[in-house]
Design a protein around this ligand. Structure first.
Ligand code: DP6
Length: 323
Protein backbone atom coordinates (compact mmCIF):
# COMPACT_ATOMS: atom_id res chain seq x y z
CA UNK A 1 0.00 0.00 0.00
CA UNK A 2 1.12 3.54 -0.70
CA UNK A 3 -0.29 7.00 0.01
CA UNK A 4 0.87 10.18 -1.66
CA UNK A 5 0.75 13.92 -1.05
CA UNK A 6 2.29 16.86 -2.86
CA UNK A 7 2.45 20.56 -2.04
CA UNK A 8 4.16 23.84 -2.86
CA UNK A 9 5.26 26.47 -0.35
CA UNK A 10 6.86 29.87 -0.95
CA UNK A 11 9.84 31.45 0.75
CA UNK A 12 9.50 34.35 3.17
CA UNK A 13 11.68 37.24 4.27
CA UNK A 14 11.38 38.40 7.86
CA UNK A 15 10.81 42.13 8.44
CA UNK A 16 10.85 41.59 12.19
CA UNK A 17 13.43 38.86 12.63
CA UNK A 18 13.33 35.62 14.52
CA UNK A 19 16.74 35.32 16.17
CA UNK A 20 17.00 33.09 19.21
CA UNK A 21 15.16 30.17 20.78
CA UNK A 22 13.90 29.67 24.28
CA UNK A 23 13.31 25.94 23.62
CA UNK A 24 15.63 24.19 21.17
CA UNK A 25 13.69 20.95 20.88
CA UNK A 26 10.26 22.41 20.23
CA UNK A 27 11.69 25.41 18.36
CA UNK A 28 10.03 28.07 20.49
CA UNK A 29 11.34 31.55 19.73
CA UNK A 30 12.40 34.26 22.16
CA UNK A 31 10.41 36.82 20.21
CA UNK A 32 7.50 37.01 17.79
CA UNK A 33 8.47 37.72 14.18
CA UNK A 34 6.76 39.01 11.04
CA UNK A 35 7.53 38.27 7.41
CA UNK A 36 6.52 38.81 3.82
CA UNK A 37 5.98 35.67 1.76
CA UNK A 38 7.61 36.09 -1.67
CA UNK A 39 6.62 34.55 -4.98
CA UNK A 40 10.03 34.30 -6.67
CA UNK A 41 11.17 31.33 -4.69
CA UNK A 42 9.29 28.17 -3.81
CA UNK A 43 9.70 24.50 -3.03
CA UNK A 44 7.58 21.64 -4.35
CA UNK A 45 7.62 18.44 -2.36
CA UNK A 46 6.07 15.07 -2.89
CA UNK A 47 5.93 12.45 -0.19
CA UNK A 48 4.94 8.84 -0.79
CA UNK A 49 4.44 6.57 2.23
CA UNK A 50 4.94 3.02 1.06
CA UNK A 51 4.79 -0.16 3.14
CA UNK A 52 7.28 -1.89 0.85
CA UNK A 53 10.10 0.49 1.87
CA UNK A 54 12.60 -0.34 4.63
CA UNK A 55 13.94 3.18 5.06
CA UNK A 56 13.21 6.80 4.15
CA UNK A 57 14.68 8.30 0.98
CA UNK A 58 15.11 12.01 0.40
CA UNK A 59 15.81 13.47 -3.04
CA UNK A 60 16.58 17.18 -3.25
CA UNK A 61 16.59 18.59 -6.79
CA UNK A 62 16.71 14.96 -8.06
CA UNK A 63 19.76 14.05 -5.99
CA UNK A 64 19.56 11.38 -3.31
CA UNK A 65 20.70 12.95 -0.03
CA UNK A 66 23.12 11.49 2.53
CA UNK A 67 22.18 9.88 5.85
CA UNK A 68 22.61 13.04 7.97
CA UNK A 69 20.31 15.15 5.78
CA UNK A 70 17.79 12.32 5.43
CA UNK A 71 17.73 11.85 9.22
CA UNK A 72 16.44 15.43 9.67
CA UNK A 73 13.65 14.73 7.19
CA UNK A 74 12.86 11.36 8.85
CA UNK A 75 12.66 12.96 12.30
CA UNK A 76 10.26 15.54 10.91
CA UNK A 77 8.07 12.97 9.13
CA UNK A 78 7.97 10.99 12.39
CA UNK A 79 5.75 13.74 13.82
CA UNK A 80 3.18 12.95 11.13
CA UNK A 81 3.63 9.18 11.38
CA UNK A 82 2.97 9.43 15.09
CA UNK A 83 -0.13 11.60 14.70
CA UNK A 84 -1.55 9.45 11.89
CA UNK A 85 -0.51 6.21 13.60
CA UNK A 86 1.28 4.81 10.57
CA UNK A 87 4.77 3.38 10.36
CA UNK A 88 5.32 3.21 6.62
CA UNK A 89 8.63 4.58 5.39
CA UNK A 90 8.58 7.33 2.79
CA UNK A 91 10.20 8.65 -0.35
CA UNK A 92 10.42 12.44 -0.37
CA UNK A 93 11.17 14.37 -3.56
CA UNK A 94 11.77 18.06 -3.16
CA UNK A 95 12.58 20.65 -5.80
CA UNK A 96 13.61 24.23 -5.11
CA UNK A 97 12.54 26.72 -7.75
CA UNK A 98 14.85 29.72 -7.75
CA UNK A 99 14.99 32.46 -10.41
CA UNK A 100 18.77 32.16 -10.91
CA UNK A 101 21.38 29.76 -9.60
CA UNK A 102 21.29 32.01 -6.57
CA UNK A 103 21.36 29.41 -3.85
CA UNK A 104 18.56 31.16 -2.03
CA UNK A 105 17.79 27.67 -0.72
CA UNK A 106 15.49 28.02 2.16
CA UNK A 107 14.50 25.79 5.02
CA UNK A 108 11.32 27.90 5.32
CA UNK A 109 9.71 26.87 2.03
CA UNK A 110 11.23 23.39 2.39
CA UNK A 111 9.67 22.42 5.70
CA UNK A 112 6.39 24.22 4.96
CA UNK A 113 6.01 22.24 1.71
CA UNK A 114 6.98 18.99 3.44
CA UNK A 115 4.48 19.58 6.24
CA UNK A 116 1.68 20.29 3.76
CA UNK A 117 2.61 17.22 1.66
CA UNK A 118 2.67 14.96 4.75
CA UNK A 119 -0.69 16.32 5.88
CA UNK A 120 -2.11 15.59 2.45
CA UNK A 121 -0.66 12.07 2.30
CA UNK A 122 -1.66 11.03 5.82
CA UNK A 123 -5.18 12.56 5.51
CA UNK A 124 -4.70 14.19 8.90
CA UNK A 125 -6.69 17.21 7.73
CA UNK A 126 -4.74 19.64 9.87
CA UNK A 127 -5.77 23.28 9.85
CA UNK A 128 -3.31 25.91 8.58
CA UNK A 129 -2.66 26.88 12.19
CA UNK A 130 -1.79 23.30 13.15
CA UNK A 131 0.31 22.92 10.01
CA UNK A 132 2.29 26.01 10.93
CA UNK A 133 3.11 24.39 14.28
CA UNK A 134 4.29 21.22 12.54
CA UNK A 135 6.38 23.26 10.08
CA UNK A 136 7.90 25.08 13.06
CA UNK A 137 9.39 21.81 14.28
CA UNK A 138 11.41 21.56 11.05
CA UNK A 139 12.64 25.14 11.02
CA UNK A 140 11.38 28.23 12.82
CA UNK A 141 11.00 30.40 9.73
CA UNK A 142 8.94 27.62 8.05
CA UNK A 143 6.14 28.41 10.52
CA UNK A 144 5.41 31.58 8.53
CA UNK A 145 5.54 30.05 5.02
CA UNK A 146 2.16 28.37 5.49
CA UNK A 147 0.45 31.67 4.68
CA UNK A 148 0.84 34.30 1.95
CA UNK A 149 1.42 38.05 2.33
CA UNK A 150 2.39 39.51 5.69
CA UNK A 151 2.50 36.81 8.36
CA UNK A 152 3.18 36.94 12.08
CA UNK A 153 4.69 34.03 14.01
CA UNK A 154 3.40 34.44 17.53
CA UNK A 155 6.01 33.34 20.04
CA UNK A 156 3.26 31.91 22.25
CA UNK A 157 3.65 30.54 25.74
CA UNK A 158 4.15 26.84 24.97
CA UNK A 159 4.43 24.44 22.02
CA UNK A 160 0.67 24.49 21.46
CA UNK A 161 0.28 28.23 20.93
CA UNK A 162 3.39 29.21 19.02
CA UNK A 163 2.03 29.45 15.46
CA UNK A 164 1.65 31.73 12.48
CA UNK A 165 -1.28 33.98 11.67
CA UNK A 166 -1.96 35.84 8.41
CA UNK A 167 -1.89 39.61 8.90
CA UNK A 168 -2.55 41.06 5.44
CA UNK A 169 -2.40 39.74 1.85
CA UNK A 170 0.13 42.50 0.90
CA UNK A 171 -1.67 43.18 -2.38
CA UNK A 172 -1.10 46.92 -2.17
CA UNK A 173 1.96 47.71 -4.24
CA UNK A 174 4.45 45.81 -2.09
CA UNK A 175 7.52 44.17 -3.54
CA UNK A 176 11.10 43.19 -2.95
CA UNK A 177 14.34 43.42 -4.82
CA UNK A 178 16.87 40.81 -3.76
CA UNK A 179 20.56 41.33 -4.37
CA UNK A 180 22.49 38.07 -4.49
CA UNK A 181 25.90 38.94 -3.12
CA UNK A 182 27.16 35.43 -2.64
CA UNK A 183 25.28 32.21 -3.25
CA UNK A 184 27.73 29.88 -1.49
CA UNK A 185 26.57 28.01 1.58
CA UNK A 186 26.88 30.07 4.74
CA UNK A 187 29.68 29.26 7.17
CA UNK A 188 27.55 29.58 10.29
CA UNK A 189 23.96 28.34 10.00
CA UNK A 190 21.11 30.41 11.43
CA UNK A 191 20.61 27.69 14.00
CA UNK A 192 24.18 27.91 15.33
CA UNK A 193 24.40 31.68 14.89
CA UNK A 194 21.31 32.46 16.93
CA UNK A 195 22.28 30.04 19.67
CA UNK A 196 25.71 31.62 19.95
CA UNK A 197 24.13 35.10 20.08
CA UNK A 198 21.65 34.17 22.82
CA UNK A 199 24.44 32.66 24.90
CA UNK A 200 27.10 35.33 24.53
CA UNK A 201 25.73 38.72 23.39
CA UNK A 202 25.13 41.29 26.15
CA UNK A 203 22.84 43.08 23.64
CA UNK A 204 20.46 40.15 23.50
CA UNK A 205 18.07 41.34 26.18
CA UNK A 206 17.66 44.71 24.45
CA UNK A 207 16.99 42.88 21.17
CA UNK A 208 14.05 40.93 22.63
CA UNK A 209 12.61 44.07 24.23
CA UNK A 210 12.90 46.04 20.98
CA UNK A 211 11.18 43.26 19.01
CA UNK A 212 8.17 43.45 21.32
CA UNK A 213 7.75 47.12 20.41
CA UNK A 214 8.62 46.67 16.73
CA UNK A 215 6.06 43.95 16.17
CA UNK A 216 3.27 46.09 17.60
CA UNK A 217 4.33 49.10 15.55
CA UNK A 218 4.81 47.25 12.29
CA UNK A 219 1.33 45.75 12.55
CA UNK A 220 -0.10 49.26 12.91
CA UNK A 221 1.93 50.39 9.89
CA UNK A 222 0.53 47.47 7.87
CA UNK A 223 -3.00 48.23 9.06
CA UNK A 224 -2.62 51.87 8.02
CA UNK A 225 -0.75 50.91 4.83
CA UNK A 226 1.93 53.33 5.94
CA UNK A 227 4.75 52.14 3.72
CA UNK A 228 7.39 54.51 5.01
CA UNK A 229 6.83 53.45 8.62
CA UNK A 230 6.78 49.80 7.58
CA UNK A 231 10.12 50.22 5.84
CA UNK A 232 11.83 52.18 8.59
CA UNK A 233 10.89 49.59 11.23
CA UNK A 234 12.04 46.77 8.92
CA UNK A 235 15.42 48.34 8.27
CA UNK A 236 16.07 49.18 11.89
CA UNK A 237 15.01 45.75 13.15
CA UNK A 238 17.27 43.95 10.69
CA UNK A 239 20.26 46.11 11.61
CA UNK A 240 19.61 45.50 15.27
CA UNK A 241 19.63 41.73 14.78
CA UNK A 242 23.05 42.05 13.17
CA UNK A 243 24.18 44.35 16.00
CA UNK A 244 23.36 41.64 18.56
CA UNK A 245 25.60 39.28 16.58
CA UNK A 246 28.45 41.79 16.44
CA UNK A 247 28.17 41.89 20.21
CA UNK A 248 28.50 38.11 20.54
CA UNK A 249 31.71 36.53 21.78
CA UNK A 250 33.43 35.80 19.44
CA UNK A 251 31.60 38.29 17.22
CA UNK A 252 29.58 37.01 14.30
CA UNK A 253 29.09 38.86 11.02
CA UNK A 254 27.43 37.77 7.79
CA UNK A 255 28.20 40.97 5.91
CA UNK A 256 30.46 41.28 2.89
CA UNK A 257 31.76 44.50 1.33
CA UNK A 258 29.14 44.24 -1.42
CA UNK A 259 26.38 43.95 1.21
CA UNK A 260 27.40 47.38 2.47
CA UNK A 261 27.53 48.67 -1.10
CA UNK A 262 23.94 47.53 -1.69
CA UNK A 263 22.81 49.15 1.59
CA UNK A 264 24.38 52.42 0.49
CA UNK A 265 22.61 52.26 -2.87
CA UNK A 266 19.31 51.93 -0.94
CA UNK A 267 20.15 54.97 1.20
CA UNK A 268 21.06 56.95 -1.92
CA UNK A 269 17.80 56.01 -3.64
CA UNK A 270 15.91 57.13 -0.56
CA UNK A 271 17.60 60.49 -0.64
CA UNK A 272 16.25 60.80 -4.19
CA UNK A 273 12.71 60.11 -2.98
CA UNK A 274 12.37 56.38 -3.76
CA UNK A 275 11.00 54.71 -0.64
CA UNK A 276 13.00 51.51 -0.21
CA UNK A 277 14.50 49.78 2.82
CA UNK A 278 16.98 46.92 3.24
CA UNK A 279 17.10 43.89 5.46
CA UNK A 280 19.55 40.97 5.72
CA UNK A 281 19.40 37.46 7.16
CA UNK A 282 22.08 34.97 8.13
CA UNK A 283 24.04 35.58 4.94
CA UNK A 284 25.45 38.41 2.81
CA UNK A 285 22.46 38.85 0.46
CA UNK A 286 20.50 42.08 0.74
CA UNK A 287 16.70 42.16 0.48
CA UNK A 288 15.09 45.48 -0.36
CA UNK A 289 11.49 46.17 0.58
CA UNK A 290 9.89 48.53 -1.92
CA UNK A 291 6.83 49.52 -3.86
CA UNK A 292 6.44 46.84 -6.53
CA UNK A 293 5.73 49.67 -9.00
CA UNK A 294 9.18 51.13 -8.24
CA UNK A 295 11.12 47.86 -8.21
CA UNK A 296 12.50 48.36 -11.71
CA UNK A 297 13.84 51.83 -10.89
CA UNK A 298 15.70 50.21 -7.98
CA UNK A 299 16.90 47.36 -10.16
CA UNK A 300 18.25 49.79 -12.77
CA UNK A 301 20.17 51.71 -10.14
CA UNK A 302 21.62 48.48 -8.72
CA UNK A 303 22.71 47.45 -12.23
CA UNK A 304 25.32 50.22 -12.07
CA UNK A 305 27.08 48.16 -9.37
CA UNK A 306 25.92 44.55 -9.76
CA UNK A 307 25.35 42.08 -12.62
CA UNK A 308 21.79 41.76 -13.79
CA UNK A 309 21.73 38.07 -12.76
CA UNK A 310 22.39 39.12 -9.18
CA UNK A 311 19.18 41.16 -8.98
CA UNK A 312 15.78 39.53 -8.47
CA UNK A 313 12.48 41.41 -8.39
CA UNK A 314 9.54 39.76 -6.64
CA UNK A 315 6.00 40.43 -5.55
CA UNK A 316 4.28 38.97 -2.48
CA UNK A 317 3.67 35.24 -2.61
CA UNK A 318 0.66 33.10 -1.63
CA UNK A 319 0.31 30.46 1.05
CA UNK A 320 0.76 26.71 0.61
CA UNK A 321 -0.79 25.07 -2.43
CA UNK A 322 -1.73 21.40 -2.74
CA UNK A 323 -0.64 19.84 -6.02
C1 DP6 B 1 17.79 35.32 10.14
O1 DP6 B 1 14.33 29.40 10.66
O2 DP6 B 1 16.58 29.06 9.59
O3 DP6 B 1 16.35 34.18 8.63
O4 DP6 B 1 14.62 27.53 13.44
O5 DP6 B 1 17.04 27.03 13.68
O6 DP6 B 1 15.82 26.33 11.61
P1 DP6 B 1 15.94 27.34 12.74
O7 DP6 B 1 16.33 28.74 12.08
P2 DP6 B 1 15.81 29.48 10.77
O8 DP6 B 1 16.22 30.99 11.13
C2 DP6 B 1 15.87 32.09 10.37
C3 DP6 B 1 16.60 33.28 10.86
C4 DP6 B 1 16.51 34.52 9.99
C5 DP6 B 1 15.37 35.43 10.45
C6 DP6 B 1 13.98 34.99 10.12
O9 DP6 B 1 13.73 34.35 9.09
O10 DP6 B 1 13.09 35.35 10.93
Amino acid sequence: MAVRGKARAYGNIALIKYWGKRDEKNILPMNSSLSLTIECFYTETEVVFDDSLNEDYFYLNDELQDKTTTKKISDFIDLFRKAARINMKATVRSTNYVPTAAGLASSASGFAALAAACNHATRLNLSHRELSMYARRGSGSATRSIYGGFVEWKKGTNEEDSYAVPIDDAKWDIGMVIVIINSKEKKVSSREGMKHTVLTSPFYKAWVETCEKDIKEIKLAIRDRDFERLGLITERNGLMMHATMLGANPPLSYWEPDSVLAMNVVRELRRKGILCYFTMDAGPNVKILCRLSEANIIKNKLKEFFDEEQIIVTGPGPGIVLL
